[in-house]
Ligand binder design. Sequence first.
Ligand code: C2O
Ligand code: CU
Length: 483
Amino acid sequence: LLLLCGGGVAAITWSFTRAGIDTTGKVEFERALRIPPLAQSTVDKDGRRVFELRAQAGESDLGHGATRTWGYNGSYLGPTLRAERGEQVVVNIRNGLGESTTVHWHGMHLPAQADGGPHRPIVAGGSFQAAWKLDQPAATLWYHPHPDQRTEAQVYRGLAGMFITDDPATDSAALPHEYGVDDVPVIVQDKDFDGSQLSMSGRFGSDIGVLGDEILVNGTPGPYLDVPTELVRLRLLNGSTARIYNFTFSDGRPFALVGTDGGLLEEPYPMRQLRLSVGERAEIVVAMQPGERVTLRSVKPLPEFDFGNRKFNGGDDSFDVLQLRAAPALRKSTALPKTLVATPRLDPKQAAKTRDFTFSDREINDDRMDMERVDAVVVKNTIEVWNVRNGHDTPHSFHIHDVQFQVLTVDGAAPPPQLGGWKDTIFLEPRKRYSVIARFSDYADPTTAYMFHCHVLKHEDEGMMGQFVIVEKAGDKPRLAHG
Ligand code: C2O
Ligand code: CU
């Protein structure tokens, strides 16, 4: 509306309603970045790597004194799980909360029964064992709750963690790789506080859910990271419930994008700005000079969109995120390699099926989630092309469980480098069309669905989600069994 107005009064209204949050240059970086501990594991008699995770309530100081929070094995967030390709992984999950939860392994290829979707709630006081064989490239994945209609609230309170998969064949020994030293998890989340307490009201009413006016990294407000090496690798995870970030450095320096959701790119790609929507990850490498300080920030992520509700979507907001402090003398890093990992392209000519999904304000193909309805029956181990269109002005974030896909086109054109590697989540810009291709699971299970959905968690909770089932052969019917 305001876009159509001219004149003085309108101009005043304009600047008032458009003013986004801007914390750049205003954050005092007073706390050392907390590094989530690597999860302890044991090896059982069958050689399986066994982790224990307990979802629990506690108190944390997120910058305003003690507030009630949730975490895994602690009071906020969870440990970083790490396992190697080929290993059998077991995670024993206990629910120490007062309500049902699940744990979903975002980006992980595993049987639907272990996937942690909303069909298999772990009741308060209950437990669940997720087990699978890790078989995918080295990547930065994550885990978070996925219970029916409660995902936003549970993630917002602090339930989330990183899962790093290792594979010498698809990682690069030349990249910085000392965990917590020059290879650092950076879980970015926005929060709103009401006095000392975490609040879910958000600064504005928002059609995408809570938009906080403060940023935490790994649960640390105003964090700085001491960097002892010439190069530092940051594993960025947008672990927010709704907010989109547009990462850049305070002095505009270039950095190298080396990996996206499902693994490393074919080669490092130099960039100065990188947008991540909810649930997306990126691995970047940045070069430091001795003694210097530079700030990772997020600047207006949606400046090019002129939809009327932009202010509610945080598209004008800018934040200081994390200060990097280089030591006076830096340890030598290996130079970035020219090439990283060869990624064979999936061929649309081999697709067994093409499906179309249109996202509206809150529906996918005019439907909301129905646990009894199967939206796609996919034959195991086949390739499919999914055409996903955001037909609305609301930004969405599209995620498919179990698979890593490749983006074929964005509005008919070749994807930008940021979408050139393995992805499980992509930003759906308003009114744009995306075509993605994936080879689907080799685990047929007609009884259990995988999800695909908008990763804006309020939208997901409101039913912007569908389900697909993997069957053994064409013509087989799903027989959902859950409870
Ligand atoms: Cu990260 Cu279905 O979610
Ligand atoms: Cu959405």
